[in-house]
Each structure stands twice: as C-alpha cells, then as structure tokens.
Design a protein around this ligand. Structure first.
Ligand code: HEC
Length: 143
C-alpha cells in the first residue's frame, strides 16, 4: 500500500514537471518592461512585422496567423522565437486554425528580437511575460 502511494506521488511529480517544461514560464523572467523599450519594440514591429501580422496583431485568417491572443505565442514561445529568428515554412496551428505559409527570417539581431518579442508578448491584451537577450541567444535552429 505504502509503495503504491510513493509510486503515485513520483508519477504525479514527473507529470507536473514535464508540463511546466513546455510552459512559457520557464523562458520568461519577472519584472516590468520599461516604456522606452516597449516603444522601441513597437517601432520594430511596425517596420518589420506589421505588413503581415497587421496593425493590431490580428493577422489575416488562414494566411498570416494572429499575434494578439495567440495560443501559439502563449504556449510555444520557444518555437515562436525560433520562427522569427530563423524563418518557417512548417505547418502550424494558431487558435485552432491551420497556417502553412512561409515566414522569412526577420534578420533582426538578438537585442532587437528581445525588444519586438517583449512588445508582442505584452500588447493587444496579451500578458505573456517578459524575456531577455539570453533567452533569444539560447534558442538554436532545429536540425
Ligand atoms: C511576410 C509576412 C510576415 C512577416 C513580415 C512576419 N511574419 Fe510572422 N508569420 C508569418 C507567417 C506566414 C507565419 C506562419 C508560419 C508557418 O506557417 O510556419 C508567421 C508566424 C509567426 C509567429 C508564430 C505564430 C503566431 O501567430 O503566434 C510569430 C510569433 C510571428 N510570426 C511573429 C513575427 C514577428 C515578431 C515579425 C516581425 C519581426 C514577423 N512575424 C514578421 C508571416 C510573416
């Protein structure tokens, strides 16, 4: 009886650990983003992202995925950063819609990537946390 209890506890721990693993909370850090940084992020967004993802991050259904209230951005931040850093031609699902477009690599450096990400993570009602340059640096292209 005791043993089964222990096994159940261990299983529970394993499951909860593996769940937090894929969570944005592992990548994000605490703290308020200074207004000046958000403003810089917004400038980069307008110059480099807005043509496709639109003015308020709403995207274009089935062509350009939304960034506003995007479950992909919320749950798969690492993949989202990888897409913007290296580009993507893979099928993805955002808010239950399939997207299979091509997004070119942004060509931005890590500093500018962190600025634009902090902007999209915290605009249009999104409250998906804050990242720093280290997070961006550590994300490598998948083989
Ligand atoms: C030429 C149009 C285009 C531009 C410019 C563009 N994107 Fe995208 N973006 C796409 C497409 C298309 C996808 C879906 C890619 C796929 O299907 O694999 C995507 C996917 C994404 C995703 C993951 C899905 C989601 O909606 O959460 C994020 C995050 C993202 N883009 C952010 C950006 C940021 C930040 C910029 C500016 C630095 C940018 N994009 C510029 C077209 C674009």
């Amino acid at each position: 009886m005791r043993q089964t209890h222990i096994i159940i506890i261990v299983l529970f721990l394993l499951v909860s650990l593996s769940c937090t693993d894929s969570n944005n909370k592992n990548l994000t850090i605490k703290g308020v983003i200074p207004k000046t940084e958000l403003e810089k992020g917004s400038q980069i967004y307008r110059a480099k992202c807005m043509t496709c993802h639109r003015k308020n991050g709403e995207g274009l259904i089935r062509v350009y995925p939304p960034l506003a209230k995007s479950d992909f951005l919320e749950d798969k931040l690492e993949d989202a950063i990888r897409i913007v850093k290296y580009g993507s031609g893979k099928k993805i699902k955002v808010n239950r819609e399939k997207y299979n477009g091509y997004m070119p690599a942004s060509g931005l450096n890590d500093k500018d990537l962190s600025l634009v990400f902090n902007y999209i993570l915290n605009s249009w009602g999104n409250q998906y946390g804050r990242i720093n340059i280290e997070t961006i640096k550590n994300i490598k292209e998948k083989e």
